[in-house]
Design a protein around this ligand. Structure first.
Ligand code: MN
Length: 231
């Protein structure tokens, strides 16, 4: 059975947690998810990656602006420095191994920044208030339109060039990391999806397909394709 390593969040009390939706979507895809506790020891990260077939980098708090060479502005939200110190090297190691990576929301931002990209620390203040991306109160429903590049990984998986997504983010990719191809834009032009051509399967999405995958086929199809690439 395919094993998927899942990165956790860290609570203020020091507990590692992750929303069940991620695990349920991986189960439905026929794989076994395993939570990866935080470590800063790269030898331990290596050992973990040797035992899983794919890496799911999940959502969470903001990436520390120090990770992309910026000062933290007042508009930046709460950060997760311990996760940054775990997920950035973990992501780079998985890329070196050409391990399939599915990166969601904060994970999609981690993927891009690990490749040298930068973020808008706050969309409304630094990009524009045209579209309301931080809709945390509607976690499991579609709130905005999205256009998908024809022929891209997202298009090939879903067979769609346009669909609606949920939106639970106030940050987004400003400049994509090296080699990343932008494959989806929200209706205001903001980057919502990236892939890394030349790799087996590296997909980053700004929305939360795990929270839609119990009701929407194209959301579950992303997990199915990811697990398929891990076989
Ligand atoms: Mn959005």
């Amino acid at each position: 059975m395919v094993l998927i390593g899942v990165t956790p969040s860290l609570t203020e009390h020091g507990n590692i947690t992750k929303n069940q939706d991620y695990f349920s979507a991986v189960f439905r895809a026929g794989a076994l998810p395993v939570l990866l506790p935080l470590t800063e020891d790269e030898a331990v990260m290596e050992a973990k990656l040797r035992r899983v077939d794919g890496l799911l980098i999940t959502g969470g708090a903001d990436v520390g602006p120090d990770m992309y060479g910026e000062e933290k502005l007042p508009c930046c939200g709460e950060t997760e420095p311990a996760r940054d110190r775990f997920e950035f090297p973990l992501c780079r190691l998985a890329l070196e191994k050409d391990m399939p990576i599915f990166a969601i929301c904060r994970g999609h931002q981690v993927l891009s920044c690990a490749l040298g990209g930068t973020l808008y620390q706050d969309i409304a203040q630094q990009y524009g208030p045209e579209l309301k991306h931080p809709q945390y109160d509607i976690p499991r429903d579609k709130v905005h339109d999205m256009a998908v590049e024809e022929g891209s990984l997202l298009h090939r998986i879903t067979n769609l060039t346009r669909f609606q997504v949920n939106s639970r983010h106030h940050q987004a990719i400003k400049t994509p990391g090296a080699g990343l191809k932008v494959i989806a834009h929200a209706s205001d032009g903001l980057i919502e999806g990236v892939e890394l051509p030349g790799k087996k399967f590296v997909l980053g999405v700004q929305w939360h397909p795990e929270a839609l995958s119990d009701r929407y086929a194209e959301a579950q199809a992303l997990f199915d394709a990811f697990v398929g690439a891990c076989k």
